[in-house]
Ligand binder design. Structure first.
Ligand SMILES: NC(=O)c1ccc[n+]([C@@H]2O[C@H](COP(=O)([O-])OP(=O)(O)OC[C@H]3O[C@@H](n4cnc5c(N)ncnc54)[C@H](O)[C@@H]3O)[C@@H](O)[C@H]2O)c1
Length: 318
């Protein structure tokens, strides 16, 4: 069988992690950066993340080495994409940069290659505007870091073809990601909207003096958050509703829920003071944590990655 080739264009924070994920799935990978110095940073990030996987018992050392050997670092877009089956663009989040890259990638990419953008919020219709073949452009929005978080939100532009969406879905599934296809374009996709709906109420509760930043974090982590890592909000309510399921729960609690909704924030933007309040609250929270579960930025990140890996193992995703 022909060796599959993946090109990660703009291998920064997100692009390095995509490169790692595809290499772990057995693909030959080209990680492209504009300078040799950025390529070096990318290589270091990949090696560090690989070491974390080995240390956490997810990957035998030989497998890690074989995956590292499948990754090529280049500053040439032509070299990266010329034989690629799947191309993921993770460059700067602006149309000017992405338009220039679209033109450059299409100059060299094979006709059947799908081109996905990691964009966090730009429209695929607009990104693909200068494309000769806009039908093969999709959004493939990951959550950071894509080599650990399985979700990818696939979005279509006005001219995206169904075959490109199907191919992107098949490719992401084959590397162990969990793609969700949006039926139509929506700002913030699915998960950023969900995260911000919750976070708006966190800010409201803290600013209203109901609880501290630390207690709001604790409430999510040891309450609904720990369940959401297993079943989504509707499936959890199906269980919470007993014999009546989610519909029974909504009918039963509906009048009470309406009272809460009426009392909750419905702001269209966050209050100006929130950024500062959140930072002060998080600083206090971190300082109070026992060292073994992370009480500095570095140790928190290591703790998060370790716990993520353990959870992913339970999900059969690592
Ligand atoms: N960081 C996140 O949490 C996150 C999550 C999901 C999606 N994204 C999206 O992923 C993409 C990359 O974000 P990131 O956080 O990895 O950024 P980053 O700054 O770490 O990496 C950006 C990459 O783009 C390259 N680049 C910058 N300017 C360029 C130019 N003019 N021409 C060509 N290449 C250029 C850089 O060399 C770098 O390799 C963005 O579209 C972002 O919205 C980011």
């Amino acid at each position: 069988m022909k060796q599959k080739i993946f090109a990660s264009i703009g291998a920064g924070v997100i692009g390095y992690s995509w490169a790692l994920k595809f290499a772990l799935a057995g693909w030959t990978v080209y990680a492209q950066n504009r300078t040799a110095a950025s390529s070096e940073t990318c290589k270091n990030r990949i090696e560090e993340s690989m070491e974390t996987l080995v240390k956490n018992g997810v990957l035998p050392e030989e497998a890690a080495k074989a995956a590292l050997d499948r990754i090529h670092y280049t500053t040439s877009i032509q070299e990266a994409v010329q034989h690629a089956d799947f191309i993921q663009e993770s460059s700067r989040e602006d149309y000017k940069t992405k338009h220039a890259l679209v033109k450059e990638i299409e100059k060299y990419a094979p006709a059947e290659a799908v081109i996905a953008s990691s964009t966090s919020g730009l429209l695929i219709t607009e990104i693909a505007k200068p494309a000769i073949h806009p039908e093969r452009f999709v959004g493939g929005h990951p959550y950071n870091p894509p080599h650990l978080i399985p979700l990818v939100e696939i979005t279509k532009g006005d001219r995206t073809a169904d075959w490109a969406v199907d191919k992107a879905k098949a490719v992401y599934t084959s590397i162990g990601s969990e793609p969700v296809v949006l039926n139509k374009e929506a700002l913030g996709f699915i998960c950023n909207r969900l995260q911000m709906a919750l976070y708006r109420e966190v800010a409201n509760l803290v600013l209203e003096g109901v609880c501290s930043v630390e207690d709001a974090d604790k409430a999510v982590v040891f309450g609904p958050g720990i369940r959401w890592g297993i079943l989504g909000p509707s499936a959890i309510f199906e269980l919470g509703g007993g014999a009546g399921g989610v519909s029974g729960l909504m009918n039963h609690l509906g009048p009470s829920i309406d009272l809460w909704l009426n009392d909750m924030a419905d702001w269209k933007s966050f209050p100006k003071q929130w950024a500062q309040t959140a930072q002060a609250g998080v600083n206090e929270e971190i300082a109070r944590r026992p060292a073994e579960i992370g009480n500095t930025k570095e140790s928190l990140q290591a703790y998060r990655d370790h716990m993520l890996i353990e959870l992913l193992k339970l999900h059969g995703k690592l």
